[in-house]
Design a protein around this ligand. Sequence first.
Ligand SMILES: *Cc1c(COP(=O)(O)O)cnc(C)c1O
Length: 455
Amino acid sequence: MTDLTLWLPQAVAAINRWQDEYDGPGTHPSLVVDDRDLEAAFIALTERLTDNYPFFSPRYVGQMLKPPHPAAVLGYVTAMLINPNNHALDGGPATAAMEKDVVARMAAMFGLPQHLGHLTSSGTIANLEALFIARESHPGKAIAYSADAHYTHARMCHVLGIEGIPIATDAHGRMDLDALESVLVNGRIGTVVATLGTTGLGALDPLPEIAALARAHGVRVHVDAAYGGFFSLIADDSPDGVASAPFAATSLADSIVVDPHKHGLQPYGCGAVLFSDPAVGRFYVHDSPYTYFTSDDLHLGEISLECSRAGASAAALWLTLEVLPLTSAGLGAALRPGRRGALAWHALHQESEVLAPYQQPELDIVTYLPRRSSMSAVDATSQAIFTGAAEGAPAEQVHIATYGVTHDQLTDRRHDLQMDAPSARILRSVVMKPQSEDAIPGIHARLESIARTLA
Ligand SMILES: *Cc1c(COP(=O)(O)O)cnc(C)c1O
């Protein structure tokens, strides 16, 4: 295992060597602090940071959270010691080149024949940029997204002053094609958003069919793969891979969003937006008297809505992809164990007397519920399992999440529950760390035993 206690001093030493060529960084009395003060504050910091959920633990299978890969930490910290700004080549020529490199690798992963794109602070900003281009290229037209799409689409439509139209989902949590077509025929839609890996269920919208319908109606396609994009590396229909068809169709997209800070092993904030038509760069055109003077090459700020961005994010992703490339055997090998864990857990739910699967996982997100006869009992028991599992000694705790569903959504999935409430919380787990695969039987046993005591 890569030991950061050995590598981080090397980062400092390497940057110091470069700074020494310029007489070093120098200092000033106003910047000098007493090491004893720093030590006291540092101890307070490390103590305060223990008020966290153990995201690193194999038994943390709650939200989409995990520590970055050591290579990402090393890349980030090393570049951060210089603190380049990827807004302009004036601010960070080396890391801007790394950003263009990693963006090209991600475009190739999605099969885009040509591309324009950049990293962003987050999937939210990346989607905002994609919807901004949607608006500029199809002014006055609405944007359609599934009812299970990330809430950011409705919100950013509001921000951009675009009409947003939610499309019903089917019994698998995928965009319903008949519902989409019935909206496309009225001619109001300019762009349809397909989600590859919904945030709640990890469902894959049927992209080949969506793209065909969209093309037939002269509508653009934006793919929100913030969560699921890197599963493209294992989209091979194998027992521990995922469905190939939705990912094979990403080459048809007009724009794609992927979050390296979700499944790309990166620290926050690292999102990315990619466009298949480099000519959309014209919609970003702006004047800046302050920047863009050191080079005629493309400055990333010329094709981005954000100005300052951490060059360190690009360095972190670049170093990570040098050692874990965007291949099935590279980063893909870090995704398969979570996929296997999700499928094995789903099988345990099918056999369980106290927990039932909500739906078949398409990626590594598992949803399940206590076997109860009414909505209110499912809700109360789910909440009790969620809190009970997180209690106890650190080595016993299991961290999961809850997920809100309606009576109709449960009925669609053949859970016939007495409707004494319109909605209920069920249980949801994201098996996004490879280390969690081996922990699944133990996690499941603990949740089952809590469910039994609540019966
Ligand atoms: C996480 C997520 C987003 C939002 O991305 P952030 O990086 O959290 O801002 C958007 N869409 C999907 C599908 C996501 O999973």
